[in-house]
Design a protein around this ligand. Structure first.
Ligand code: ZN
Length: 291
């Protein structure tokens, strides 16, 4: 059995093929250009690899309502060439194999829940903090979809009193998580990329304040048993103790069961492959459902 995984990102498309035991058999990366320029390369790779099923973890927003006429389409993305592109339908029809689609962060949450940092738990949240911010959510063993899918990157936050840019950079909202805490927001605020800032810079206190508000919300809103923080910005590992302390401070003793922050707020176990492995699991499930 050969399972394909597509990580459809805003800057690159990573294509992987594995056997049924998740042993990697092939991989190729393409730059994300327009669908007309990019999709033929994706189809060629997966055709050459003779896959039996495909799982896709994609940037969004996506239409994930199976009853919708536009199920599997990319929706209101700022990447204009991909707006309303029927990603699932195109790949499923052209490749002729069982194909499943979810958000890139739901795929990562699925991987971490089944084989990584939240293994054995019923609920977890995976937050990626990079060029953008997005969260995948697993509740009672199932990935969360609803009106659309979680868009936690745009939750509104209370500004840090010393933030020189408290409205953030999101074109849609003032003071949302992505606008205040993404990699580009750090760079806009301080004039240099995050990795150029020393560990004792106030930037990290402010960053931790925003990410801790997300953690508090995940604990209070869905009673998450584990919060997994991944993505490029979280390569700054000194953020973890800061975020744990700030989460405790903001909770102010309200959730005594959230006592051990070290095991509650953690890095991903499968990074940087969480999204790819999650997409493989989606592909494997699509094949099993067809049987
Ligand atoms: Zn926003």
């Amino acid at each position: 059995m050969r399972i394909g995984a597509l990580e459809a990102g805003g800057t690159k498309m990573v294509m992987t093929v594995s056997d049924e035991n998740m042993r990697i058999l092939g991989r190729e990366t393409l730059s994300t250009r327009t669908p007309e320029e990019t999709v033929p390369g994706i189809l060629r790779f997966f055709r050459d690899q003779k896959i039996d099923a495909l799982g896709i973890g994609a940037f969004g927003p996506l239409d994930l309502n199976p009853l919708s006429a536009t199920y599997g389409n990319i929706t209101e993305t700022p990447k204009l060439a991909w707006r309303h592109y029927p990603l699932l339908k195109t790949l499923r029809e052209k490749l002729g194999v069982p194909t499943a689609l979810d958000t890139d962060v739901n795929a990562a949450a699925l991987c971490e829940a089944l084989m990584g940092a939240a293994k054995g738990l019923n609920s977890c949240v995976y937050l990626t903090v990079g060029t953008g911010i997005g969260a995948g959510v697993m509740c009672n063993g199932r990935l969360v979809h609803g009106l659309m899918h979680p868009e936690w990157g745009h939750m509104l936050l209370a500004p840090h009193p010393e933030d020189p840019m408290p409205e953030g950079i999101c074109p849609y909202h003032k003071g949302c998580l992505e606008g205040l805490a993404s990699g580009p927001s750090l760079e806009k605020r301080w004039g240099v990329p995050g990795q150029a800032l020393p560990e004792d810079h106030i930037a990290w206190e402010i960053e931790a304040h925003y990410l801790a508000q997300f953690c508090v919300s995940a604990l209070l809103a869905i009673s998450a048993e584990r919060i997994i923080l991944g993505g490029g910005v979280m390569a700054q590992r000194h953020l973890f103790p800061r975020i744990r302390r700030e989460t405790q401070r903001l909770l102010n003793g309200y959730l005594p069961c959230a006592g051990n922050m070290d095991s509650l707020i953690v890095p991903p176990a499968c990074y940087p492959d969480s999204g790819m492995l999650g997409a493989l699991i989606l592909g494997k499930r699509a094949l099993e459902e067809k049987k």
